[in-house]
Ligand binder design. Structure first.
Ligand code: SF4
Ligand code: SF4
Length: 120
């Protein structure tokens, strides 16, 4: 359970672009519709995109974007600290941390940590 309520986050949260949520290991869940949008945005054929950049989750219940060897999302640009597919990034990315988060996420998310410290 987050120490910051959804209502509080809705009113006050600002992403500080620390990149932590793009760099941790874990699935970036995507739907077929989202994959179509990303492939279109990147001008890559859908079937080719599926083959090269999408994986089946271990529970076989959904699809995820692939990740780099270090666990970072393949679309996180470390040098410029940006998401390379920002206009079409999946819902899971757009929704964090207001629509979903996890216990103690404030220790990883700079924007939330600043709110907890009362810096906004
Ligand atoms: S798609 Fe973009 S916002 Fe989502 S994890 Fe990857 S780099 Fe981050
Ligand atoms: S961890 Fe929080 S502050 Fe950092 S990029 Fe993600 S949402 Fe933004």
């Amino acid at each position: 359970m987050s120490k910051l309520s959804k209502e509080f986050l809705e009113k006050n949260f600002t992403c500080k672009r620390c990149g932590t949520c793009c760099k941790w290991h874990g699935y970036v869940n995507v739907t077929i519709e989202e994959i179509e949008k990303i492939a279109d945005f990147l001008k890559i054929d859908f079937a080719e995109y599926m083959k090269k950049f999408v994986i089946l989750r271990h529970d076989r219940k959904g699809l995820s974007l692939d990740e780099k060897v270090n666990g970072s999302c393949i679309y996180y640009d470390e040098d410029n600290k940006i998401c390379m597919i920002n206009p079409v990034k999946p819902k899971q990315c757009r929704d964090f941390p207001i629509e979903w988060n996890f216990e103690n996420f404030e220790s990883e998310c700079v924007g939330a940590a600043e709110l907890l410290r009362g810096e906004k």
